[in-house]
Design a protein around this ligand. Structure first.
Ligand code: URP
Ligand code: ZN
Ligand code: ZN
Ligand code: ZN
Length: 471
């Protein structure tokens, strides 16, 4: 039995160890891991790391907005950018439109995605309107169809759920063994701060960082944890920005609760000072996301959490807007210039997530390379019901493989990226270690930072129950 493809001479890395071996691939799957494998086609991986393909478990693509701004990535450009950045699977959101059925919203997203993706894709749901019909019928049916996770928001006027609704959604999650992801920021506290700052004439983008105070994030994190305890359900606290919410997560874990946590590149590389722009000007809007980046002490806390296991996941929260775009469709729009509260929230980062964590983490000696693989591929696969098909290098798994040059030096530059945004918030960041080839089910989809696949070969993945959430 010969292989279609062999990857030879590299150092394989998993979440638990590293070793030299060749990989044999047939029909898109790993069929052999051995000292020497031969095949009709061979890739020389000597001097390279051979990693399970990156899984970005938190990306926003082609979501309609309520304010007329437009996301800078559709499924084609977003997944092309993901592939160039070493990812083979992304988990975007299918957001329920208020007033419409959840199933309808899921079908809308499939129409946008199907046939257009350069990575594999699987949707988390967003529950914005938990009607009895949604909670009683649609959600349970969708979970059984392989949409085994959903996100809820504790802020944003058009998305937030009240505490009763949160508890109701959590209850369905427990019954269906689904995983709830929580955007934990306290809405009323943010609104209070926003009103106060605006009254004082503080309307520049920078004040977004003051309005979205860490105290509000801490409070909401604790409230979400309390609701999860009451309903006896595992939860994921997404995009955790600093020490205060981390302490709430650790508090819950010490009491035996299943609380999982995610952090993102912006919380180890940016601070609130970036939102000042050049001189408290509108340039700061390029860094507006929620929760906002904090300070250097928070960054140090995040590193502790990445090392000590407080964090399970390192995702991009890629939520791409243009800075400059016509007809008020970008961040720099007429309304946003009147107040930070109208600046679209979110930054691009699906292509730079892996290089940033590798460079700042592995190359600088802050985390091991096995931990890097766990945070960026294996843990998301296990937590979100994709393991062992995805997230590891083992016989029988999909041949989703990223070849990584640990020595390659590069600088993050907008003109080298493949995303749709007209800027990167990480411009100028020096990187050591970069993905040189991304292989999706045995097929090379990106090489040296550029997409190679002629056709979009990504598939939609049905997911199983979270093995970490419901062991
Ligand atoms: O600012 C952000 N993070 N925008 C994306 C939406 C979300 O809350 O994840
Ligand atoms: Zn589909
Ligand atoms: Zn969020
Ligand atoms: Zn997000």
């Amino acid at each position: 039995e010969t292989c279609d493809l062999a990857i030879r001479g590299g150092t394989l890395v998993t979440a638990t160890d590293q070793f030299s071996a060749d990989i044999g691939i047939r029909d898109g799957r790993i069929v052999q891991i051995a000292e020497s494998v031969s095949a009709t086609e061979e890739i020389d991986a000597s001097g390279l790391l051979v990693l399970p393909g990156g899984i970005d478990a938190h990306v926003h693509l082609d979501q309609p907005t309520s304010d007329g701004t437009v996301m800078a990535d559709d499924f084609a450009s977003g997944t092309r950018s993901a592939a160039a950045g070493g990812n083979t699977t992304v988990l975007p959101f299918a957001m329920q439109v208020k007033g419409s059925s959840l199933r309808q919203s899921v079908e809308d997203y499939h129409r946008k995605a199907d046939g257009n993706c350069f990575t594999d894709v699987s949707f988390h749901l967003v529950i914005s309107d938990p009607t009895p019909q949604v909670l009683g019928q649609e959600l349970p049916a969708l979970v059984r169809d392989g949409y085994t996770s959903f996100k809820v928001f504790m802020t944003y006027d058009d998305l937030m759920l009240n505490d009763t609704e949160l508890l109701e959604v959590f209850d369905v999650a427990r019954r269906e063994q689904a995983l709830v992801m929580v955007h934990a920021e306290g809405h009323d506290a943010i609104r209070y701060m926003t009103d106060k700052l605006e009254t004082e004439g503080k309307t520049a983008p920078y004040y977004h960082a003051e309005a979205h105070a860490q105290i509000a994030e801490r409070e909401a994190t604790h409230r979400a944890i309390s609701h999860a305890q009451l309903t006896d359900v595992p939860v994921v606290i997404v995009h955790v920005s600093g020490r205060d919410p981390m302490e709430q997560i650790q508090w819950a874990r010490k009491r035996g609760m299943k609380v999982f946590a995610e952090t993102c590149p912006q919380y180890i590389t940016l601070t609130r000072d970036d939102l000042k722009g050049l001189n408290m000007d509108f340039e700061g809007a390029k860094y507006v996301c929620s929760p906002p980046p904090r300070d250097h002490d928070s960054q140090a806390a995040i590193w502790d959490g990445l090392r000590d296991g407080t964090f399970d996941l390192f995702s991009s929260d890629h939520c791409p807007f243009y800075f400059e775009a016509p007809d008020n469709t970008g961040k720099n729009n007429d309304r946003a210039r009147t107040s930070f509260k109208w600046v679209p929230n979110g930054i691009p980062g699906v292509e730079t997530r892996l290089p940033i964590l590798f460079s700042e983490g592995v190359s600088k000696g802050r985390i091991s390379i096995e931990r890097f693989v766990a945070l960026t591929s294996t843990n998301p696969a296990r937590l979100y019901g994709l393991h062992p098909q995805k997230g590891t290098l083992s016989v029988g798994a999909d041949a989703d493989i990223t070849l990584w040059d640990p020595e390659l030096q590069a600088t993050i530059r907008q003109d080298r990226l493949n995303h749709g945004s007209d800027y990167t918030p990480f411009e100028g960041l020096q990187i050591t270690g970069w993905p040189v080839r991304t292989i999706l089910r045995g097929q090379t989809v990106a090489k040296d930072g550029k997409p190679t696949a002629a056709a979009a070969s990504g598939r939609h993945l049905k997911r199983g129950t979270s093995v970490t959430g419901y062991p």
